[in-house]
Design a protein around this ligand. Structure first.
Ligand code: ADP
Length: 467
């Protein structure tokens, strides 16, 4: 938007500048010879009176010739007077007397009475006209070719000046366009930045930008929507938390009862035992979902504190790999771990174990039989990095953006088969975000998936230790 505004102002400004300078330059060029033309026309009207008075060129009065010589001298040019047969009767250069001159300007003068033209290359102008007098029956032609170097120089100087002024105006318009577009869009950019922060989960914060009335109105409307969204989000979190708590107790009782029945040692009919086993595993699954939901609800309501402690991350990874070893073995998946150095970091170790276990378990669960999982650990001065690469089914590009959403499962049947709840990656992301870290996914369908996690080595200053 800033660029469009800039383009709009700059375009309008520069077009106006170009039009204005064109008008000025063409006005200048049109009126360039007005003054000299008027003076010559005045001379010609005096000259026609002299013809009547003295009978020039046939009279004996020398004063008319003197005036013509003076005119030629003043204009740095040449004056010719020709009779109606185009024979030269006066030449200020004294070379063409008695000769006949057929110049196009004279023919033009014969038709239009007055001719004016100029030659830019030779820097000369030509004025020619036909003068009739009451005393003489034949008209005479007046012809003046004179030097216009000064006029043309003045014209070129003024044209350069106008061009320079236009260029300066263009630069000013450019600068003003940039300044205006930045000033107009700055509040919108600030609103956008603040909304991005709020959108990252800080729903209790409000937009503060109020640079002018219109912006303040937008801010108020956005804040009202945020208020409403915040209320709805709180209601949702309370609801999920309350329902999970309510379900937890009966589920625990059902689990105890079904375990008791299965372990009672009593002889049970085969179908009853089979159904009981199914019921038991469904109860386990529901319990997993409820535990995950409660964990997420605690993180949402920020009641779950991150307890930072120095941990040897290589050992943390060993714990995770030992934990997933039985699952990997059951699926004939090879898990290879490579760590490049000893890494110590301030983390909430149990939570980090939960987060990375989810990723490694997924890499095993969504792998092919006899596939592989490669786990690497590395660090720089500020962060440590864990990558988990598998040789599994991969995730379609259109699905990648959703896999951290709650209850999102790409392939519902496969996920159900593997006992997935669709909450594992949501929990992982919450834990990593709470540590000030970042998680990214790269995947190619039928080739495999890589999750890469970046976590700070030291406790983030701004987090305040809250999850
Ligand atoms: P689930 O409990 O279903 O595994 P997750 O939140 O852990 O839920 O994962 C969400 C979905 O992302 C999974 O259902 C699965 O479809 C997909 N997924 C996660 N990890 C992988 C992986 N390594 N390879 C292929 N798909 C994966």
């Amino acid at each position: 938007m800033s660029f469009t505004l800039f383009l709009g102002i700059a375009f309008c400004g520069m077009v106006s500048c170009a039009v204005l300078s064109y008008i000025l330059i063409s006005y200048n060029s049109r009126h360039l010879f007005d003054a000299s033309k008027t003076r010559i026309a005045d001379f010609v009207s005096g000259f026609s009176y002299d013809i009547e008075r003295t009978g020039f060129p046939y009279g004996t009065d020398e004063s008319v010739s003197e005036e013509l010589y003076l005119l030629a001298e003043n204009y740095h040019g040449r004056v010719l007077v020709l009779d109606n047969t185009l024979r030269v009767v006066f030449d200020s250069f004294r070379t063409k007397n008695d000769k006949t001159v057929v110049a196009p300007e004279l023919l033009d003068a014969a038709a239009n009475k007055t001719h004016f033209s100029y030659d830019e290359d030779n820097k000369t102008a030509t004025y020619a006209c036909l003068i009739s007098s009451k005393t003489s029956k034949d008209p005479v032609y007046f012809y003046l070719r004179y030097d216009v170097t000064n006029e043309l120089n003045r014209y070129h100087t003024s044209r350069r000046f106008i061009t320079m002024i236009s260029l300066c105006l263009c630069i000013i318009i450019f600068t003003v366009a940039i300044a205006l577009s930045v000033a107009f869009t700055r509040p919108l950019r600030r609103i956008n930045n603040e909304l991005t922060v709020i959108g990252n989960g800080k729903f209790d914060e409000r937009v503060q930008v109020r640079s002018n009335r219109q912006v303040a109105d937008i801010t108020d409307s956005v804040n009202r929507i945020l208020e409403r969204t915040h209320e709805m989000e709180e209601n949702r979190q309370n609801f999920v938390s309350d329902v999970s708590h309510e379900l937890k107790t009966p589920m625990t009782s059902m689990k105890i009862l079904s375990d008791a029945l299965l372990m009672s040692g009593e002889e049970l009919p085969d179908t009853v035992r089979e159904f009981l086993t199914d019921i038991n595993s469904e109860i386990d699954r529901e319990n997993n979902i409820i535990s995950d939901l409660l964990a997420l609800a605690r993180m949402d309501r920020k009641t779950d504190t991150i307890h930072y402690e120095r941990a040897h991350i290589n050992d943390t990874l060993d714990i995770i790999l030992n934990r997933v070893a039985p699952l990997a073995e059951s699926k004939s998946i090879e898990v290879v771990c490579e760590s490049y150095r000893d890494i110590y970091a301030d983390v909430d170790e149990p939570k980090i174990i939960t987060a990375i276990t989810n990723i490694v378990e997924n890499a095993i669960k969504y792998n092919r039989p006899n596939g592989s999982v490669y786990v690497t650990l590395n660090a720089n001065m500020t962060y440590f990095f864990v990558t988990v690469r598998d040789t599994g089914f991969g995730i379609a590009e259109s699905e990648i953006g959703h896999i951290f959403d709650r209850f999102y499962r790409v392939d519902k049947d496969r996920s159900r088969e593997t006992g997935g709840t669709g909450l594992g990656l949501a929990i992982t992301k919450e834990i990593i975000n709470a540590h000030g870290g970042m998680i990214k996914v790269y995947s190619k369908i039928n080739e495999g998936t890589t999750f890469s996690v970046r976590l700070p080595l030291a406790k983030p200053v701004k987090s305040g230790g809250k999850a």
